[in-house]
Design a protein around this ligand. Structure first.
Ligand code: PLP
Ligand code: COI
Length: 361
């Protein structure tokens, strides 16, 4: 498949330096967007075409656009960091590109070539480089590549045309308050995904389905929902937007990929990084009884969540309809903080990138 060349249409109204700096001083998460975006079209019989870097602007969609009705949509999330020398590098973009292809296959959408995905992200970062926060903190430029169906019609079928876009947003902490531990609600009423379903794909429907469970968690005074497997309602899978890790002394364990949870790139990186730091790391099955029992008997020393947006966030407490417990002393654990620092040091260019994860622009 050929890669279309990206044609540049620069914004005639970019934000001023002062306006941009004011946003970068306190970016929050996903609230502000850079001056440009990438758009690439796909049409049946023609493939990918009309790759453009255009001013960030609203889309004009027909009310009968298929995405609006049947949710044929996929997305990705990755970050670019400012390095000590002022240059910029993104974290494992080819892993996001490959997951985007897996999501596309599941949603019966066309696969964007890996090199086109990376080229599109690079082109946007390069043009809007001034939006990448300064080196020194944890801030980054969050990239959101996504694809929607653009065919118009109400018949349920794979669309015959699509639009791929990349937008970018400066990102500070996903959870305000730094590395404050989050509280977890174990949902009994709702599951996130089922075997054979779309749990492994990064598609909007999974997040829409999580909103009511998230509201239930909030009503119970919790920050996030941990989902259990749909069949036995017993095995811990993941949070709505993060994977989970269980720390047993010098071993970290994450739920195995069953098809109904997302193969997080942070999750995968930590399986490797933990070994570099002298820990054991593995994928396994952890039941809700294991979680409670091993916390009580002291063998489960820490639990944390991980993902691109949330980086690594400690779990401080857990609540379900019938039980409630504090995770160890409820404070961020030693292993959690060590892994968090090691990952961020690689991402921000402070530590050596032994795995070749950083993609320098
Ligand atoms: N699980 C879900 C449901 C997510 O949305 C995310 C975020 O992307 C993750 C896990 C973590 O994945 P990654 O580390 O690739 O960001
Ligand atoms: C990400 O971490 O990139 C995600 O997509 C998670 C989302 C809940 C913001």
């Amino acid at each position: 498949m050929t890669t279309p060349t990206i044609e540049l249409k620069p914004s005639s109204h970019p934000l001023s330096d002062a306006e941009r700096e004011a946003i970068l001083a306190n970016p929050g998460f996903g609230r502000h967007f850079t001056d440009h975006m990438v758009t690439i079209k796909w049409t049946e019989g023609r493939g990918w075409h009309d790759a453009q870097l255009v001013p960030y602007a609203p889309l004009s969609l027909d009310p009968a656009n298929m995405t609006l009705h049947y949710a044929q949509e996929i997305f990705e999330g990755l970050k670019a960091y400012r390095r000590p020398d002022g240059s910029v590098a993104s974290f494992r973009p080819e892993a996001n590109a490959e997951r985007f292809q897996r999501s596309a296959r599941r949603l019966a959408m066309p696969e964007l070539p890996v090199e086109t995905f990376i080229e599109a992200c690079d082109a946007l970062i390069q043009l809007d480089k001034a939006w990448v926060p300064a080196h020194g903190g944890e801030s980054s430029l969050y990239l959101r590549p996504f694809m929607i169906a653009t065919e118009v019609g109400l018949g349920v079928k794979p669309a015959n045309e699509y639009l791929f876009l990349v937008i970018a947003s400066p990102a500070g902490a996903y959870f305000p308050g730094g590395v404050k531990p989050v509280s977890i609600w174990l949902s009994e009423n709702y599951v996130r995904a089922v075997p054979g379903g779309i749990g492994f794909a990064k598609t909007g429907g999974n997040y829409a389905a999580s909103l009511l469970a998230q509201a239930e968690a909030a009503a119970k005074g919790c920050d996030q929902v941990a989902y259990l497997d749909a069949l036995e309602h017993k095995w811990v899978e993941e949070l709505g937007g993060m994977n989970l890790y269980f720390v047993y002394g010098d071993k970290i364990v994450t739920p195995e990929l069953t098809g109904s949870l997302l193969a997080g790139i942070t999750r995968d990186s930590l399986l490797k990084l933990a070994k570099d730091l002298g820990y054991k790391s593995e994928e396994g099955r952890i039941s809700i009884e294991d979680w409670k029992r091993d916390t009580e008997n002291g063998t489960l020393t820490e639990v944390f969540a991980c993902g691109t947006a949330a980086v690594i966030t400690p779990v401080g407490s857990v609540k379900s309809a019938g039980a409630e417990w504090t995770q160890a002393d409820g404070q961020p654990g030693k292993v959690t903080l060590e892994l968090r620092k090691a990952l961020l040091d690689i991402q921000t260019g402070v530590a050596e990138d032994v795995h070749g994860w950083m993609h320098q622009l």
